[in-house]
Structures are given as structure tokens and as C-alpha cells.
Design a protein. Structure first.
Length: 169
């Protein structure tokens, strides 16, 4: 079975999608075939240690093979301070997950421009699993769905915005 960002049109395995904000982290998940996506949870940010511990628990509970983390690019596609901060945070998360879980959990960075707007539109229209879910979790689902759609189209998803992986000795 291929994993997230493998460049293969095969099954991606179960993934978590993250919408990382300063106060909250929206989390979404998909089925192992990458067909359905659903909002999962919203984590209130406490400390880096507590946040990473909560995410490690979700990776374990959901059996996630990889994480798709929203990258907050500027509207022109460039990276500003917020995107650079998310990249640093994702590198730290990869190291923390490897240490806590004893295995590498790849993190694929993915463009999240307009994901919050799309999440609000989806909720307003009463769309499927978004009904009643918090905006942050729905935004994570939008990010994950966008990634899975690109993967299904055979796009070079790893090369687009980056992949972070910490190897466990």
C-alpha cells in the first residue's frame, strides 16, 4: 500500500488533515482508500508538548499513516511569516511523533488558501459531514480533500509544498 505523497495513484492509507491556527488545530480524517473525508476534532492549543501529545493520540486512535498539514500561503502563492512558522511547527511535530510513537509519520504540507472560507461556505450550505462541525475541523477536511483530489489526479503532491519525515533509528 502506498502512503501519502507517494506519487502513486494507489491507495493513500488513512490520513489526518490539519488546519493549524494560533488558538486551535482543526483535525479531519479519511478512510483508508481516500474516498471519504470527515471533520474529526478541534484541539485548543495549550502548549507545544500538550498539542503534540494530543496529535500523537489521534494518529494512534485513527491508525493514520501520514498527516496533511495546511500551509498558509499568501494569496499570490508566496510564503510569509505564518507559512514559515507552520513549516517549523510541522518539523517539530514530525520529530515529536517519531519519538512518541516509535515510527515515522510523514507530514505533507499542502496549500490551505481559502480553506476557512470554503469551510464556512460548506457549513452554510448544510453540506454533508460539515453540518454541525466546527469551522476549524471542516477547514482541515477541505485541506485533506484537496490533497486527496490532487493525488487522485496523479499530481506530484510531494514536490509541491514539501514533505517532512523523521526517520526512527
Amino acid at each position: 500500500m502506498s502512503t501519502a505523497g507517494s506519487g502513486s495513484r494507489g491507495r493513500p492509507g488513512k490520513l489526518l488533515g490539519l488546519d493549524v491556527g494560533r488558538a486551535r488545530i482543526g483535525v479531519a480524517t479519511c478512510d483508508p482508500l481516500g474516498i471519504t473525508v470527515r471533520p474529526l476534532a478541534v484541539l485548543r492549543r495549550r502548549s507545544r508538548e500538550a498539542d503534540f501529545e494530543a496529535l500523537a493520540r489521534l494518529v494512534e486512535q485513527e491508525g493514520a499513516q501520514a498527516i496533511v498539514c495546511g500551509l498558509p500561503l499568501n494569496m499570490d502563492g508566496s510564503e510569509g511569516p505564518q507559512a514559515r512558522e507552520v513549516r517549523r511547527w510541522a518539523r517539530r511535530l514530525a520529530r515529536a511523533l517519531a519519538a512518541r510513537l516509535g515510527r515515522s509519520v510523514p507530514i505533507v504540507l499542502w496549500d490551505e488558501r481559502l480553506s476557512t472560507f470554503e469551510a464556512q461556505e460548506l457549513r452554510a450550505s448544510g453540506g454533508g459531514s460539515a453540518r454541525g462541525a466546527p469551522d476549524d475541523a471542516v477547514a482541515a477536511a477541505v485541506i485533506l480533500r484537496s490533497y486527496l483530489d490532487a493525488l487522485a489526479r496523479g499530481e506530484p503532491v510531494e514536490e509541491r509544498f514539501g514533505r517532512i519525515e523523521t526517520h526512527v533509528p
